[in-house]
Design a protein around this ligand. Structure first.
Ligand SMILES: Nc1ncnc2c1ncn2[C@@H]1O[C@H](COP(=O)(O)OP(=O)(O)OP(=O)(O)O)[C@@H](O)[C@H]1O
Length: 260
């Protein structure tokens, strides 16, 4: 791939000597939604942590738009560029701050817009995640799980990231909220050209949303493929085994709600 937005080269990650990820190499194009799938403990979250600069690699590099990101201790600008959306929208938001306070503080601290534009920009952020402007006055506890995940996404978008890393962003939600959050990611990619690294257990999510997918097993990326090819012609025995577990899977953009 020429000029990938996110370029992960030979990443090896360990916790106190125990290797969690070995030599992971992966390129993600600008505007691509790239799925990372694999069994529990295969190293997906560790890979995400290294991309975010939260885990010091034993070896390897992460580049953003061709520029090497320091493994840890990144500058504010470098941290802004890669934002995270977590699985659990219940614990990832401060219950004592209103949505408006969360967004305006970020916009102010990072000097994203002038003081007088903060409220207008906060409204725009809510609009991007399809929440009404009235949500600015609410506390996280007053919203449903799906709405909270939208708020968490708005918070991530406030600092104008280039890459969004989402770790199981729909798995704590009910089926209809899952479908609407997936549709939101699709819109954000279209509207903002966001590059997304999407970690999931759920092949239906990959099928619905991702352009390409990487399969992790025991700390290694064993296959990377276009999603259409992955579902019709998986190469690695583990990929084949994963797909056998979901025999009705097919590439479709029809209602995610019924597929997930
Ligand atoms: N903080 C930690 N300390 C020690 N070992 C860890 C830590 N976090 C993860 N590991 C180990 O690293 C390996 C990879 O874990 P990781 O969480 O990256 O996998 P995963 O694919 O994200 O799993 P899951 O789908 O269950 O979240 C596992 O063997 C795990 O036990």
């Amino acid at each position: 791939m020429t000029n990938p937005m996110l370029d992960i080269r030979g990443l090896t990650l360990a916790y106190g000597g125990a290797i969690a990820v070995r030599g992971a190499t992966l390129s993600v194009a600008s505007g691509e939604i790239h799925g990372i799938v694999g069994e529990s403990g295969s190293g997906k979250t560790s890979l995400a942590k290294a991309v975010l600069g939260q885990l010091l690699p034993v070896a390897g590099q992460v580049r953003l738009a061709g520029v090497l990101l320091p493994p840890t201790h990144r500058s504010v600008k470098q941290r802004r560029a890669v934002q995270m959306v977590y699985q659990d929208p219940y614990s990832s938001l401060n219950p004592r701050m209103t949505v408006g306070q969360v967004l305006s503080e970020l916009l102010r601290v990072h000097d994203i817009v002038g003081k007088r534009q903060i409220t207008a920009r906060s409204r725009e952020l809510l609009d991007l995640v399809q929440l009404p402007a009235g949500a600015l006055g609410g506390y996280p506890g007053q919203f449903s799980g799906g709405q909270r995940q939208r708020i968490a996404i708005a918070r991530a978008l406030a600092v104008q990231p280039t890459v969004l890393v989402a770790d199981e962003p729909t798995s704590a939600l009910d089926a209809s909220s899952q479908a609407s959050i997936l549709a939101l990611f699709e819109n954000l990619r279209k509207d903002l050209g966001l590059t997304v690294l999407l970690i999931t257990h759920n092949l239906a999510v990959v099928n619905y949303l991702c352009d390409r997918v990487s399969v992790m097993k025991s700390g290694q990326i064993v296959e990377t493929a276009d999603v259409g090819t992955f579902f019709t012609d998986p190469q690695h025995p583990y990929s084949k085994q994963m797909l056998l577990a979901v025999p009705r899977m097919r590439r479709t953009t029809a209602s995610a709600e019924t597929e997930i």
